[in-house]
Design a protein. Structure first.
Length: 509
């Protein structure tokens, strides 16, 4: 977007752009979200920044009226496959908190000096400033949403000391932590409290509309003991850097504001920023659904599907290594068969140290799969899964949120049993790649046939290239159409009515 496109967005107070850029006003010394209700400043007094960290470094303070940190993140970090986008995905996952700037730079293949120069040029702030802004955002969320002790919040957000925490909150928000917490009475519902230092309940911001079909996607693939899901909720155990965690997300479409409520049953506070980032990625909460739906609805094959399910999300992954194993097991078989195999494999996992509510086991690590888990599988890709697990366990295969699509292809395609479908599926769910089209997927082909029935019109490309860069979301619509067609065929069979049965789905999504 150029300056005037952004200026028109703030003049219209368009909430779609909240979190995608920040508006700094020289005459007031503050920065705001695009939808700030304050009077639109004169264009000559406005500077736009890609990140809140850049506004901080330029000397601006957060607006107390619109709370620019209390917004969804930008979808740009998934759209951008450059170093800046990859770095932001890793920073949001807490890599700097765990490994420092040197660790972040090493993951990206640059020196820390080069990385600082690139990020300063692209985003207006270096990695330390970007990490500080991420910590400040986490701290603000905890201050206004929980009754945690301030000292606990400081360390949970990633600060090394309470003094550093107090100074940063004062610099970013021009408020003390207690004053910032007091804003909760005016800006937040009063029901959000902390149960203990490791049990929290938070609202997750997102851009509307939101289609809860992502919960159905996760529910049919849930592994008992590790995950559980319904059409409006999802819960699971998870292994993080400093310990086991357990969380649950509930969606209430009937409540004011249609909140997504995250309940963290247990987590080491040092892992909290990483957990929040991964849950947001899992549910694709930083997406811009209006932009995506507008593009997809222009294709006559998808128009009706988009109208019926606005705001469809692309499920992410809370553990990249786990996702690769699940993809390798699930390729070329049905979702139900893949789930059966994964239930068997889950026995190789260890018991969770924070069990509750029927969730008592962790998904097996790569080392556990390579050592004994492969013996639990009863399908032809045992050796391939074992080989990939051994490579991940030894460190020979290292991939994650900081990769781009070419990087994933270079790392994964040499593995036995991994082809373009597997790489594309991993790219969709791990790095949030928005423009993947799985042309070889049987369910995608069934979805195309289902949506094309009775449609007359101009010939359109079979790979949906007109919808770039949103073909991953087109894939989600095609998968849903294929599933609906199968359900209709089963219902017709049970009722005795003739129906065309779609081709058997041979892959798991």
């Amino acid at each position: 977007m150029d300056f005037w496109q952004r200026y028109r967005a703030i003049d219209a107070r368009d909430t779609r752009f909240d979190g995608q850029f920040y508006t700094a006003v020289r005459t007031t010394g503050i920065y705001c979200r695009p939808s700030c209700p304050a009077r639109t400043p004169k264009a000559g007094n406005v500077t736009f920044y890609e990140t809140s960290a850049a506004a901080h470094d330029a000397g601006y303070r957060a607006c107390k009226r619109c709370l620019p940190e209390a917004v969804p993140g930008t979808p740009a970090w998934n759209l951008r496959s450059d170093i800046a986008g990859r770095a932001m995905r890793l920073i949001n996952d807490g890599v700097i908190n765990r490994d420092g700037v040197e660790g972040l730079a090493a993951r990206l293949g640059y020196s820390s000096r080069q990385l600082n120069r690139i990020l300063s040029h692209e985003l207006g702030a270096g990695p330390l400033s970007l990490a500080r802004a991420s910590r400040a955002q986490t701290a603000r969320t905890l201050l206004v949403s929980t009754s945690m002790k301030v000292a606990d919040i400081a360390f949970a957000a990633g600060f090394s000391s309470v003094r550093q925490f107090n100074e940063t909150i004062g610099e970013v928000f021009a408020m003390t932590p207690s004053a910032l917490r007091a804003t909760a009475r005016r800006h937040q519902a009063p029901a959000l409290t902390a149960v203990s230092s490791t049990a929290l309940t938070l609202n997750l911001p997102y851009r509307e509309p939101f289609d809860p079909g992502v919960f159905d996607f996760l529910a049919v693939r849930a592994i008992p003991g590790i995950e559980e899901g319904t059409s409006r909720s999802y819960a699971r155990t998870l292994r993080l850097a400093n310990g086991d965690a357990r969380f649950r997300v509930d969606y209430d479409a009937g409540a004011p504001g249609r909140p997504l409520v995250l309940t963290i049953g247990a987590v080491d506070l040092r892992d909290l920023p990483s957990l929040l980032s991964r849950v947001r990625r899992l549910l694709d909460l930083d997406a811009d659904p209006v932009a995506i739906d507008t593009a997809l609805a222009a294709d006559p094959r998808l128009a009706a599907s988009v109208a019926n399910a606005p705001g469809m999300r692309m499920p992410g992954a809370v553990d990249p290594q786990e996702l690769l194993v699940r993809a390798m097991i699930g390729q070329q078989i049905t979702v139900a068969a893949a789930r059966t195999a994964l239930v068997q494999l889950s026995s190789a996992g260890s018991e969770s140290l924070v069990p509750a509510d029927g969730l008592h086991r962790l998904f097996p690590t790569a080392a556990q799969i390579a050592e004994s888990g492969f013996e639990l599988l009863r399908e032809p890709r045992i050796d391939s899964v074992r080989g990939a697990a051994a490579a991940m366990a030894s460190g020979d295969l290292d991939f994650g949120y900081g990769d781009d699509l070419p990087g994933l292809e270079a790392k994964l395609l040499p593995l036995a049993g991994v082809g373009p479908w597997t790489v594309g599926y991993v790219a969709m769910r791990v790095i949030g790649a928005p423009d993947v089209f799985l042309a070889s997927d049987a369910a995608v082909r069934n979805g195309i046939r289902s949506l094309a029935q009775g449609r007359n019109g101009p010939e359109l490309s079979p790979d949906f290239r007109e919808l770039s860069p949103w073909r991953s979301y087109a894939t989600m619509h095609l998968w849903r159409a294929a599933s609906a067609a199968q359900a209709a065929a089963r219902a017709a069979t049970l009722s005795g009515a003739p129906a065309k049965t779609p081709t058997r789905k041979k892959v798991t999504q």
